[in-house]
Design a binder for this molecule. Structure first.
Ligand SMILES: [Zn+2]
Length: 109
């Protein structure tokens, strides 16, 4: 069983992270160490920020548990921790947002 009392068992989470970052996807270092910070955690999902100490490359990873199955999605990012939290809580991009962007860029290019 991957879950216990509706929570991740820490070992399973660590194992999923270890597999996800066995090699840095940016500098390909196999022996690099990573700074890992949990940005958000729910009963069956965890949003994690990972930084390679060798190259400074950054990943955000979503680790999810669905019964006995644990899966992870990793994404290379140039966002910092604060940006990830800020954009996570923002809504989708709307047509008005695009029009404002267009107006701001108009005449600059
Ligand atoms: Zn790296």
């Amino acid at each position: 069983m991957q879950k216990k009392s509706g929570k991740f068992i820490p070992f399973i989470r660590q194992e999923a992270l270890r597999k996800l970052i066995s090699q840095c996807p940016i500098c390909n270092a196999k022996n690099s160490t990573f700074n890992i910070k949990v940005l958000d955690e729910k009963e069956d999902a965890q949003l994690t920020y990972i930084r390679c100490r060798q190259c400074g490359g950054r990943l955000m990873a979503l680790i999810m548990a669905n019964g006995p199955i644990v899966s992870s999605i990793g994404l290379i990012t140039d966002l910092n921790e604060d940006d990830i939290i800020r954009f996570r809580d923002s809504g989708p991009v709307t047509e008005d947002d695009l029009l404002k962007l267009h107006e701001n860029l108009k005449g600059r290019i």
